[in-house]
Design a protein around this ligand. Structure first.
Ligand SMILES: Cc1cc2nc3c(=O)[nH]c(=O)nc-3n(C[C@H](O)[C@H](O)[C@H](O)COP(=O)(O)OP(=O)(O)OC[C@H]3O[C@@H](n4cnc5c(N)ncnc54)[C@H](O)[C@@H]3O)c2cc1C
Length: 399
């Protein structure tokens, strides 16, 4: 351990920015040397894709520039715009394209990238709803769409933001109705998922889909997308059955996840980094993994779902624990009581939304509650994104 502990944070997204904003005090007091490594010059919030799809937010207003860190509310943290290429946990080194950084404490918060190659044909056939570029192309395709079948598919678990696919297909349903000319009547909408129906709030979303004429095909993992035939081919689901192949005219999908390639040596078969949902610790001393890059298994059985709200509470808890370590206080668990708790508005179609409240670890099973369905909830969601960004950035978002 160096005289002043070196804390290296990898990834300037929900988790990394929350962590650095909170660790800034330690750095400004000279108690720790904190470095944030981020490979891109700006941050793009995935939750804005829905607003871009419905033309409420301009795509050009989505990226928030870090401006070499000068725009961030953590002035005492060193910002390094560079890509991590390797980690050596034995030597406690992070390799970037330009530097080797030694660390005493390492927080891996690099989010998840996509591994569409796991499902042949997926990348060339589907719009990835998690990509801003694909969302723009999807919007153009919808403008040209004259009728047929639109499928929203969750081909494999896990994926980012559990309600996002439900939001996308319900927004598309609204857009088709608003387009007029009977376009909605000329369109068959289908939602396929590896899970047992839409998750979370399965009962609510099943009813909502029924009300808006969206068919559900559940327990349907996708084995292959036949690009030429425009057809989804399913494998055997957890119910032991294999759904019939499904043709489509337009396909939206979540893509299988993977931690960025530099971290694959730390991953298990899930392509994510195993870490403890209560402490974010990995099996390596002084290394934590949090947010979307982590594979955390809940005591109730399933994998911890991925959402910005969870990444934030994990980062807050880790910041408190790192601060306690650096200040040599007795080990603190402060903040840990909020782990797995999140609240966020979700769009539910018809230009309406509702607040989803989640507590993953408060009882033997995860709890999901839904507030009243209102028009205001859609704007509330946008405001939540603005408020989140203003915690990390000095400048206000343009949307
Ligand atoms: C369409 C969509 C809608 C969503 N809606 C919501 C919502 O309504 N509510 C909600 O709570 N969550 C939502 N989410 C999920 C949320 O965006 C993610 O869960 C959250 O961003 C995860 O935070 P993170 O810090 O783990 O990763 P990220 O925010 O993805 O940040 C990771 C950062 O690491 C950087 N990085 C990656 N590899 C490297 C490398 N090798 N070297 C250096 N830097 C690297 C990346 O550039 C990135 O900036 C949504 C996601 C999508 C895609």
């Amino acid at each position: 351990m160096s005289v002043i502990p070196r804390i290296v944070v990898l990834g300037g997204g929900f988790a990394g920015l929350t962590l650095c904003t909170q660790l800034d005090a330690l750095a400004s007091e000279g108690l720790a040397q904190v470095t944030l490594v981020e490979r891109t010059p700006s941050m793009s919030v995935g939750g804005l894709n829905q607003f871009v799809l419905r033309r409420q937010v301009h795509a050009s207003d989505v990226p928030m520039r870090y401006s070499g860190g000068t725009e961030l509310r953590c002035p005492s943290v060193r910002f390094l715009c560079d890509e991590v290429t390797d980690i050596n946990v034995k030597e406690r080194e992070v390799h970037t394209r330009s530097e080797v950084l030694d660390y005493d404490y390492l927080a891996i918060a690099t989010g998840a990238t996509y591994a569409p190659e796991v499902i042949p044909g997926l990348a060339t056939s589907a719009y990835n709803i998690c990509s801003l570029q694909d969302t723009l192309q999807l919007r153009d395709a919808l403008d040209r769409f004259q009728g047929g079948r639109i499928v929203m598919s969750i081909p494999q678990l896990p994926y980012k933001c559990p309600p996002a696919p439900q939001e996308f297909i319900l927004i598309v349903e609204t857009l088709l109705r608003e387009a007029g000319n009977g376009l909605r009547e000329k369109t068959d909408l289908v939602f396929t998922t590896e899970a047992e129906g839409p998750f979370p709030l399965t009962t609510f979303f099943k009813k909502r889909f029924e009300d808006y004429g969206i068919r559900i095909v559940e327990f349907a993992p996708v084995k292959e997308v036949e690009t030429n035939k425009k057809r989804l081919v399913f494998g055997t689901g957890r119910d032991g059955n294999c759904a019939e192949p499904m043709s489509f005219d337009l396909l939206m999908a979540t893509f299988p996840l993977a931690a960025p390639s530099a971290f694959q040596s730390l991953c298990d078969a899930s392509r994510l980094i195993p870490s403890d949902p209560r402490s974010m610790r990995t099996e390596w001393d002084g290394v934590w993994a949090l947010g979307d890059c982590a594979r955390m298994i809940l005591t109730s059985g399933p994998m911890h779902p991925k959402a910005g709200g969870f990444a934030v509470v994990q980062a807050e808890a880790l910041a408190e624990n790192l601060e306690a370590l650096v200040r040599s206080d007795s080990k603190s668990d402060a903040g840990a009581e909020n782990l797995g708790i999140s609240k966020c508005d979700a769009e539910v179609g018809n230009n309406e939304g509702a607040m989803v409240s989640v507590n993953l670890m408060g009882g033997p099973t995860s709890q999901f509650d839904l507030g009243p369905v209102t028009k205001e909830a859609v704007e509330d969601k946008l405001q939540w994104i603005r408020d989140s960004l203003e915690v990390w950035f000095k400048k206000k978002p343009k949307f």
